[in-house]
Each structure stands twice: as C-alpha cells, then as structure tokens.
Design a protein. Structure first.
Length: 66
C-alpha cells in the first residue's frame, strides 16, 4: 500500500479483493470511496492466480456541506 496525500494504492488478487482491502484500511464503506483501477489482475497459466495482482487507487469522497 502506498499513501499519497489524498489517495492510497492497494493491490489484491482481483479488483474486488483490492477494494475490500482498501475499505478495511480506511475503515469506511464502499459508498464513501472513489476507486480508480490502475491495472486489472492477470491470470497465470490455465487461469491460475498469481501472475500479476490487480492494483487500484482509492480516495475518500468529498463530504457535502449543506
């Protein structure tokens, strides 16, 4: 995980796995984050996991001021 000022990068076996990890790290729900897919996972030989993990960049959504 790399932390930037307003975003973190997270890797996982799949994009969904990376999103779950990011939510746990930030302790937030899916509705409160923006997700940008940096790269999707690449499967190994015969569709096995492990060749290349998925990577996403996650930032918190701006809270509205009413």
């Amino acid at each position: 995980m790399n932390k930037n000022e307003n975003a973190i990068e997270v890797e996982g076996h799949t994009v969904e796995d990376a999103i779950k990890k990011a939510m746990e790290i930030l302790n937030v729900s899916r509705e409160s984050i923006n997700v940008k897919i940096v790269c999707e996972e690449k499967r190994g030989l015969f569709g096995m996991e492990g060749e290349k993990p998925a990577k996403i960049k996650v930032s918190l959504k701006e809270k509205r001021k009413d």
